[in-house]
Every structure is written in C-alpha cells, then in structure tokens.
Design a protein around this ligand. Sequence first.
Ligand SMILES: Nc1ncnc2c1ncn2[C@@H]1O[C@H](COP(=O)(O)OP(=O)(O)OP(=O)(O)O)[C@@H](O)[C@H]1O
Ligand SMILES: [Mg+2]
Length: 353
Amino acid sequence: MFSFFSKDNAFGVDIGTQSIKIAEIKEHKDKIELENYAIFSSEIGEIIQEQGEHTMAASTIAETVQRMLGEADMSMNEVFFALPSFFTFSSVITVPTMSEEELAEAVPLQARQHVPVPMDSVQVNWINLGKHAKEEKLNVLIIAIPNSVVAKYQNVAHQLDVEINGFELDIFSRLRSLSLPDKHTCIVDIGSRSTSVSIVDDEQNLRMIRAFDVGGNQITDRLSNALEISMERAELLKVENGLTGDPGVASVIDKVLGKFFRKEVGNMIQEYADMMHAPVAQIELAGGISQMKGINNFVEDTLQRSQSRQDITIREARPTSELAVPEELREVFFEDVWHDLSLAIGIALRKYV
Ligand SMILES: Nc1ncnc2c1ncn2[C@@H]1O[C@H](COP(=O)(O)OP(=O)(O)OP(=O)(O)O)[C@@H](O)[C@H]1O
Ligand SMILES: [Mg+2]
C-alpha cells in the first residue's frame, strides 16, 4: 500500500523511570533533521519502569506510547529502543592482549564472574574498548541484558504493532546525540531514579561506564520527609530553588548529589586517570538534573574541594551537529526540550550515523 507517511523516518523511544520520550528524525536534502517529537511525564510517584517489581505493565506503556503518537500526529512503524543502564549488568574487564577470536572464547567465561544472575537468564554482549594505556592489556566492556527486559520491550513493540530495528545500551545512544569535545570527557546522566556515568577518551571511544541508584526522586523524597510536605510540593521546591535559592533546599540537594559527585564520580575520574594516564578534562551533564539551577557551579565546587582539581570544565551537554533542527522548532527545541529528547534522538540517529 502506498502511504505518505514517514516510511523511512527513524524513531527513538526512551522509556525512563518517570517519562517516555519519542523522537522522529528524517533524512532531508543530505541532512538529518528533527521531524517530530513527544514527551510524556508521569505523575509523581507513578513509576513507568525501574529495577524491581512495581512497574507499569507492557500494555500500559504501549497504550501511553500510542496516545503520545496520536497527539503528536506521528505514525511509527519501526523503532529503536535504548535499554536503561540500570536494567543491565555492565562492567569493564581487563584481559591480556589477544585476537578477536580468542576474545570471543575468553570473554563469556570471564563474564560469569561479573554477572550476579544465572548466565542463561541474560544475553551477554561485549565490546573491545581497546588497549589499556599502562599495560599490554585490553579493556573489554561486558554488557549482560536480562532476557525478561528484552521480552518486555518486545511485548511493548508487539502491542504497538511496530518492528524493532534494534536495541542498544542507553549510553551509546546518549553519546551519539551529543557534541563532545576532543578531550577526555565524563558524561553524567542523572535522571529521576538512576544515573549513568561514562568516560570517553579524546577520540570519543567509550572507556568506562557505571550505573548508580541516585537521581532527582531521592532529592524530592528527602525534601518531603525533612520538611514534612507532600511529594508534589517537594518537587516544586526542588525545581524552583535548585541550588541557588533557599539554603535549606540546597543543603538537602547537597546531601544527595554532593556525596555522589565526591565519591562515585570523583573515584571514577581518578581510576580513569590512573588507567589512561590522562586526566578527565570536561564533564558533560545530561538528564533532567542537568536543568537544575546552579548545578554546574555546584559540581565544579564539589570536585574542586574533594580533589583539589582546578582544571575540569563543567557544562550542560549539547546536541550533536549531525542533527539539523528546522527553523520553526529551533526555539522550543534548544530552550525547552533538547535535554529531554537527547536520548531518544541518539537512539533514532542510529539509523543514519
Ligand atoms: N529544572 C529542574 N530542576 C531540578 N530538577 C529537575 C529539573 N528538571 C527536571 N528535573 C528532575 O530530573 C528528573 C527527571 O529526569 P529525566 O527526565 O532524565 O528522568 P527519567 O528519564 O524519567 O528517569 P531515569 O533516566 O532515571 O529512568 C526528575 O527528578 C526531575 O525532578
Ligand atoms: Mg532517562
């Protein structure tokens, strides 16, 4: 059947803890252009998906996506999905230098030691990250994806009657969506319940990745408990004040994010410098928390105090120049929605880049 709609357009769907984001992009006159998008945020306390039991059923997710597509007037027939890092077990291991064939034998055996669930309940993928800077060894990223997670996404796609073009770990989509400097760079993606931290080298090869159970919800929770107010009110206070308004609010944020940056991000940066013989020069903030008032200065101060580092530039992540944004969408895109859509765009870009 002939159809006018976007047969060749690419769709990326990002199903987060509290939000679903859809980006549609297309190839147009040798450029890749944003065509349409949709963003859905759930009510406070309503979890779309997370690690564990209390998550939205595939059918409810599919209904929500269907509604979003309808409202945005999009016809999606195929889709790429990004798998949240918090659903997967990933770890970077170091092995002696060997051929790709030898790696294919050695890695699954090594993976057993790093994956805390039965091997027949996961799909194991691995990526050769290249040479270790200090020794004659290779770094290999092992990614184990639970079969149940893949099945849930397949179920969503089935109910939407769309074909799955591919899955990938969210960090790869995120990297594709960003304009990264030619420097050793740490990308910190803080969402509502989870955070992924990754470090790329000066040629933008991924070298380290870790997922943490920290995010904006934890701040809202703590504010709500400390001030004995509802979660809705706490969420508002968090967004309105950020780190530059009420000192009481800033201090609760500091308790959650300060410790995280000092300990976890600080450690990773140190490990990276030891491994690669090169310091991280820049931090790119992504995810909802990158929008928090005063976050850049806060991260800079926190890291400086903990590591006496003067030389890391902190900035909000920026979109890749691969993506063109049509004139009529430019203002709203760059001012309001870019950071929300970044992951979904990165997923969709996989079709072209
Ligand atoms: N301007 C802002 N100030 C403070 N916090 C903000 C702001 N904008 C968004 N957030 C917070 O960012 C979080 C949402 O981020 P994001 O949309 O990246 O999460 P998600 O994709 O639903 O979740 P996850 O990635 O954890 O699965 C929420 O906690 C929200 O309160
Ligand atoms: Mg997210």
